[in-house]
Design a protein around this ligand. Sequence first.
Ligand code: HEC
Ligand code: HEC
Length: 392
Amino acid sequence: MTTTTSYLRSAKTITVILAVLATVLSLSFSGKSGSADPGIDELRQRYSSGDRNKWPAPDLDESVKAAFKDIGTLPEMPVPADNPVNDAKKELGKFLFYDPRISVSGQIACASCHDPQLGWGDGKRFAFGHDRKLGKRNAMTLFNTGYYTTLFWDGRAGSLEHQAQFPVQDHLEMNQSLAQLEKKVKKFKGYRPMFKAAFGSEDISLDRVFKAIATFERTFPVSPKSRFDLFVEGKSDILTDEEVSGLHLFRTKARCINCHNTGLFSDNQFHNDGQTLFGSENEDLGLYNVTRQLGDVGKFRTPSLREVTNTGPWMHHGNFPTLKDVVLFYNLGNPAPVQKKYLGIRDSLLPKTSPILRKLQLKDEEIRALLAFLQSITTTPRRLQPPVDFPK
Ligand code: HEC
Ligand code: HEC
């Protein structure tokens, strides 16, 4: 009898413990306080109110809170004091950007890999350049590139003026020494009046070549207002219910906002997204290659998500052929690579995936909504007329 009672009592205790556990778990899965999200009509009203304070709170990691800036419209393009924009400089930059004669083969221009008709990238997994040699990274889109504080997937250039000398010299890209480049541009006399109009004198120098190209990049590949921008400015009926729900998921349950934030949809920071392809032929340790700091292994610069629908394939390795693949990858929480014995002495380089990433438990309809939202920050491609006659 006593045994049965105590058995029953402990069974009861277990049930109570299980019930408490279940409540705790369901609370932690359904968001911070466990309170339900506002309905779609209220979300629409709050996000399109024109007043940021009315937006629901974003789901932020502790590490992100201090420097956080929410998504919104793009600010004015920052321009360095020593390279002001003028129309003649924009035009000169456009010619230089499209001119293949400045590569060693005479065949490869910046525009070969950054084509406005292919989302300012090249539509390929890896770019090929001189002698059709294959590079190791996906050609980045130049959309909104002037808003970044560091350039390249691993941030190894600090400004657009500085960046342009890399592809010129890269033996897999244009394969051209800087001295040769200067000589070549000087050879085409037709460029002289263009330099005069842009800079005030006919002198041709590398500094001016790069300043003109940077000016082109700051002014042409800039996104016009997307439907998202018009929506948050007050045009409340321009997004579908699915897109509004995707916007809300982006800032809350799906946690994209932790890194893809500010008007650029990039925090301009580096994170390990779990994509080093560690131990494979295409292994890429990202920022670590530049800094040699162990903490930087596998970190890449957060890319903007504006125009993202048109800039595939995605990620520095171009391994994702659809955006759905990208979202499914995030849904898994991007597990870090498993330690394997044969890695031996390289174990200290084993990449650690950012703790900001976790399993998201997104349902199919939520994945669809996120994808719909990404479409709303992509604009209709505009054609850019390439220069017809290059200066002789
Ligand atoms: C052979 C293809 C190729 C050519 C030619 C090429 N690029 Fe690139 N570009 C790339 C690749 C690949 C990357 C990413 C490389 C990396 O992160 O290591 C890149 C990155 C960039 C970036 C960084 C964008 C960002 O958001 O950080 C800029 C800017 C850029 N290129 C401009 C140029 C300019 C200007 C030229 C001509 C002088 C040029 N590129 C020529 C393939 C090319
Ligand atoms: C921890 C920071 C972080 C979070 C959170 C995050 N991202 Fe990213 N995202 C990155 C980084 C870093 C890259 C570049 C990684 C690489 O190429 O190796 C990236 C790349 C991407 C790309 C590819 C862009 C391109 O131009 O190739 C897409 C699309 C993307 N993220 C969407 C999302 C979505 C959607 C979410 C939310 C479900 C999300 N990201 C959450 C940091 C983050």
